[in-house]
Design a protein around this ligand. Sequence first.
Ligand code: FES
Length: 579
Amino acid sequence: MDTCAEGELRSPGELRSARWLGRRDLKTFGHLSRLKQMGYAEEDFEGRPVIAVVNTWSDINPCHTHFRERVQDVKRGVLQAGGFPLELPALALAENFQKPSTMMYRNLLAMETEELLRSYPVDGVVLMGGCDKTTPGLLMGAASMDLPAVFLPAGPMMRGCWRGQTLGSGSDAWKHWDEYRAGNIGECELKAVEGGIARTPGHCMTMGTASTMTAVAEAMGFSLPGASSIPAVMAEHGRMAAACGRTVVTAVAAGRRPSAILGADSVHNGVVTALALGGSTNAVIHVIAMARRVGIPVGAEVFEELAERVPLLADVRPAGTHLMEDFYDAGGLPALLESLRDLLRPDAPTVNGRTLGENIAGARVHLPAVIRPREEPVSTVPALRVLRGNLCPDGALIKPSAMDPGKMRHTGRALVFDDYTELKRSIDDPATEVDEDTVLVLRGAGPVGGPGMPEWGMLPLPKRLLEKGVRDLVRISDARMSGTSYGTCVLHVAPESAVGGPLAALRTRDLVDLDVRAGTLDARVPAEEWEGRLAEVRAKRFDGDRGYLRLYRAHVGQADAGCDFDFLAGVGGPEPEIH
Ligand code: FES
C-alpha cells in the first residue's frame, strides 16, 4: 500500500523524472494513466531512470535507415541495466536532401534536443546521429541541457563499387561528374556510378564531416571506445548500440553529466583527432560551437597550433586512399589515438566512467597502410591553416593536405560571383575571362547570406579548363566545403560579405595574393582605395524572411564563433514547472 501524502515523491526523488512520475497528485495520475494507456505497467518504470533515445531516423535520411531497427538494440541495453527507454524522434538533417543546407538547421536540432530533454521526464539520453550536422546538433543540445548523454554514431556505409573500382562518398561523385563534364565518360557510365556509390545504410564512408565528427565525439568522451569506426551494417554495431543503452543507465546513477566530460581537455582531444584523421574543415565550426556551449572560448587557432604537431595518420580518402571500413579493420579510432597518446590529454573523463587513456590502452594498429606509423604520416603538410588578411580579418581556412601543392603561394586575378546562381550561370559562358591562374571568388554564401553557409566552397571549374586538363584553381568563398571535397579552396571567410565583410568589396580583375605558409590572404588594392570601398559596403537586407529563417538570420554567429545562435551559448535554464 502506498502511504505517501499528496504532493510527496513516491520514490527517493533523485531522479529528475520522479517530478513527473513519482508524486501523489493529479498531474502524476495523468502521466501514469497515459503510460498505462501505452501498455506499460508500473513495474516497467517505477523507480527506474527514464532514458530518452533521441533518434534522427527518417525516410529521407539514407545514412540513418538502420536506426529504425537499431533503436531496439539501444532499448534492449537500457532495459538490461534497469532503465525505462522512451524513443523521441528528432530532426533527421539529411545532408543530401535538406535545402538550403543542413547547417542552417543544425541549431534547430540542437534546440529541439535541448527542449525535448527539458520538457519531458528524462534522466539520461542516448543520442542517435551521424549524418554530418546531426552529431554536433545533438551534442550541443545535450551539453546545454546537461543530462547524462551517450552518443551512438550511425557508423559508415560500406565501400561503393563501379566496374571493380572502389568508389568513395563525395570525392568520387565530384571526380566522375568532372570527367562527365569533360566528356571522358558518358551518360551510361555516370548512371552506373550513381547506382554504385552508396550501397548500404550508414553515413559517408570517406573522411567527410560525418566520419570526422563521430570520431571527434568519441575522442571527446561521448561515445564508447571504438564506436565511431564500426560500419553501420556490422553485427558489432548492434552490440555497441545495446552497450550505449546500458552505459547511459550507469551514467545516470553516477550523475555523469556532459559538463563533467566536455572541458578544455576533451576539446583538445577532439581537435587532435580531427587533425590526425585529415578530417573535414566543418569540424572547426562544430567544435567551436560545442566548446562555447560550456563556456570554453575556442577559436580556429587551436586547430592551427595543433596542426603543426599532429601528424595525419589516417590514410582515408580524400586525403588518403582507403575507406572507413578499412579504418575499422585497421583497429579503428582507439588504435589511432593510442599511437598519438603523447599528444592527447589521456586523463580526460568519458561517458563510461573511464578516462580516454584507459579506454584506448593497449589498442593496436593491425593495418599500418591504413593507420600509418608516426614516422610515415600520410602527409607532412599541416592539415589546416588559418588565413588572415584584408579579405578575411576574422579569419578563413584552407586545407593544405587537400590542395595542389603548387598553389601554396599564388597570385591571380579575381573572378567574382555574387551568388551561386550567378556562378552556375556564368562559369561555362565563353565570354567569361578565366585561365589557370584565375582566382574564383564566391560571396553571399556565408551563415547569413547562404543562408546556412552551404557547402559550395569547392566551386566548380570552368568546363573549358577541365577539357584542357586543369583540375584545380584557387577558390575563395564565405561558404563551407564538404569534408569529401578537395582543391585549393579558401573557406569560411569571416566576416561574410552579407554582413558587410570585405569580400563584398572585391571586384573582378583585382589581384589576390594567397600565401598558405605565411597564412595570408589579401586583395592587392591600394590601401586608400580599399578603405574607400569598405566604407561603401553595406550589410544585405533580407526583408522577406519568416519563421525559422528569420530567427536564424537575426541570431546566427559568424564562422569564427561556430555559427551558433547568440542566445544558445551556455548551459542550464529553468526546469519546467509541473502543475
Ligand atoms: Fe549523410 Fe554524407 S550524406 S553523411
